[in-house]
Each structure stands twice: as structure tokens, then as C-alpha cells.
Write a protein that binds this ligand. Sequence first.
Ligand code: C2O
Ligand code: CU
Length: 493
Amino acid sequence: MPRQEDGSSGAVTRRRFIGLAAAAGAALAIPRRSFGASPTGPAGRGGRVSEYHLSPRVADVDLGPLGRRSLWTYDGRYPGPEIRVREGERVRVVVENALREPTSVHWHGLPVPNAMDGVPGLTQPPIAPGESFVYEFDATPAGSYIYHSHQGLQIDRGLFGPLVVEERSPHVAYHREYLVVLDDVLPGDPPDMARHDRDETARRDGSRRGMGGMMGGGMMGRGMMGMDGMRIMGSQGIPDYLALTMNGRPAADPPTFETRMGERIRLRFINPSGATTYRVWIAGHRMRVTHADGRPVRPVDVDAFDIAMGERYDVVIEAKNPGNWEITAAPQQGSPEPARGILRYVDARPVQPSGESSPRGRLLTLADLDALDAHESGGALSRDLEFVLSGGMMSTAWTMGGQVYPDADPVEIHKGERVRIVLRNMSMVLHPMHLHGHFFRVGRAWKDTVIVPAHMGEVALEFEARNPGRWFFHCHNAYHMETGMAREVRYVD
Ligand code: C2O
Ligand code: CU
């Protein structure tokens, strides 16, 4: 079967530095220990356990032209170190919390056992400062995933990294691959949503008593102000970001992705951003979308795609247009300049990168995604639910079915049920809705995160209830999640 044909193989290949562009420096997590486990034990089919260590801590990160910034990181790396394992392998990750706050790690997209899902207060107690927690699960199915903190707004401070589960036999051939990690960087601490809520309430009570108007700051217009007049959220209800980055590099110092004429390159785009959806395109090249949220799809050629918080898309490009070409990831909300990278043909004369200020041609749609592994047991629909997504106008609360998590009823389901959930978006912004512990069927695709478009957008998803536990279901905009747009999906018996 077509594997990466980069000349390396075996153990070296598996641990090779593969993903982040050369300029970004090494970002590969080397397992401290990798040992054979008892073949009769609970280890994966390969009988191996790969052990990794992650230490969440505050670090000074060099952001090139943006200077050094204090971010919350795994192991001092931004993005966090790459975890790369083979399909079916047993993975153990020891997380040692070196922050002054509690934390947790969630394996976004991987349907792990509930106790390993990393949602503090739902699947585990938070990991206290100085404490550690051992996560262990089977790496299946193959795909491009994200690991990230699930505590408060920590993901938007930098606590995330890529997790790749390599497939045994990819349905597409390629010569090399790169990870492309997109992020929005805050200028400092995230806005204090609790404080903001108190201020908003005070402001509204004030205006009701006829003394308002001084504080200013409607949400959709000029941005939201605290009582002290400080701007703490930008317009459109997302923070004012300092910059957008690709593999940790700002646009003024972009990462380089090298290729040679005639090669096929696989790019795994992942978006662990706090609140930014991107439109992605590559000057001079079309992209063949091969995987959505890590799951294989019938290859489809496009010129651009949108990727929201929590989503992943793998694409393959054919290098047959020598030069230096810009990879652009433009924010679909807010005003920071796009994240950029350079696709560089090493056998071409160095020239200024050519970019395109907007994509031309075909934009990927949900309807284009056609899952390759379509098999499912296809039981009869036994639970049909609907949630209206709302918020953003007069308050900072974002709601699901009119309720604000954690003051919200759990969604109760039974093992073996086939569940359908319709999501209707009554707000002015899109919501990438993510279900833990399950892939769901949306249209003809398998996904775990799906964009519910703004202004009356509607999406229906379906899944089989076969992974018991208490699962989080929420908007992957960190600020929407934090202020209520979430539910627990609970297996009851
Ligand atoms: Cu990416 Cu609730 O998670
Ligand atoms: Cu949202």
C-alpha cells in the first residue's frame, strides 16, 4: 500500500520529525519510554504501549517579530509537542501539572473511554497544581486529532497540541506530510468572562435606572466594555487577538513547507484556536480533501475550505507548479491579518512568494464530504432531539435549548440507541458544535465537530450510542462554551 515514500522506515520513521515546518524548530514529543507490554494484557493489538509525558506550564515563547510572549504551554512548546502513534497502539500520557491552576487534557475527536476524556468536573477531578494524572487509551481510529486543556479558557492561552494516529493503509498516496496548526494568540490574559457578566448586568441595571449610556459598549457594535471602560471583548463577541499563527509563527515570519517538483504532499490542517474560523487556500495549487476530522472521505478537489475551531481537514496537493506559494488562512470574523505559510519548491529559484488575496474557484461544502467507511449498523432512530443555539445580543450568555450550562438539563440517552440531534442557529455567528466520545454522521460524512452556520443555519447529526458515560457536547468557541453553550450527554440505564 502507498505509505510515505520519504526513504525512512520503521521505528525511525515513526518518531521522525515530520510535522511542524523546519523554521518552527523541533516539536516532536519523544516518548521517554516505549516498551513491550504483556501481549495478553490490556495493551493494544500491537502489544505495545507508547508513553509520553506532558507538562503544562507557563513559558516565554519566541514569536519572532511579535517578541517574546508568556503563553501557557505543554513542555514550553507552542504549539504543544506532536504526539504521533500508530493505529491500534496503546497510548499512555502522563500529565504533570506545573501550572498554578488546575488543568486537564482532552483528546479531541478520539472516542476514548469516558474516564480518559479529560473534562474536569464531568469525567475526572481537575488535575491540581503539582499533581499528575495518567491517561491511557487505544489509538483508534486513525486520523488527525488535537489534544488540549479542557479547563476554562486555557486552550486559548496555548494549551494544545497535535495528535496524529497514523493509518495502516492510507487511501491516498503521498511522498511527505506536514502538520499545519492554526491558532489565534491573545495579547495577554483571556477576558474574564465572569467579571464581564457582572459588569454587563450592572451596566444594564444602571441603564434601567436611567443612569446608563456612560459605560458604552454594546456587544455587536463597539465591543464590550467592563465597568472601568476597558475593552475586554472585541466586536462580534470574540477577543481582540494579537495575531494569528501557523505552526506557532506569525504572518511576518511564516513557516516554510518544502517540496520538490512532482511530489504529492499531505497537509494535516488542525484548528485548536479559541475563537477563530479560517478560510484556507494555497496560491497556485488546488487541494484534494482526503479526510474530514480525521476520517477518510472520497477525495474531492477544491480551491478553498473553511475550518472552524476543533475541526481538522487533511488535503493532498500535487507539486507541479514550481516557485514559492503562500498558504493563507484568513479569519472569517475579526480583523487580525491572516495566518500564513510558504510552500517552497526546493528545486526552484528562490523568488518572492506569490499569494492570492482571496481564493478563486470551489469552496468545500459539507455536502462534498462522502465518508469512505460508511458502514454502520443502522438501527432505527430511537431519540430525536432539537436544540436552538442562541445568544450574543444583549447578554454574554450563549445558550443551547434556552439553557445556560451548567444550569442545564443533561441529555439522557440509553446505550444502543440511535440518536438524532437537530441544531438550529438563531444567532449572528457560526457555532462549531463538538460531541465528545463519538463520531456522528452529518450528511454523508463522519465528523466530531460541525459548523452550524450563522443566521438560521441548521444541521442534523446522528450517532449510535455505544460509548457509555457522561459526555460533553458544546460549541468549540472557547468563550461560547465558557458562558453556557454546552450540554452533558449522559448514558442512563
Ligand atoms: Cu476540543 Cu470539549 O473539546
Ligand atoms: Cu458558539
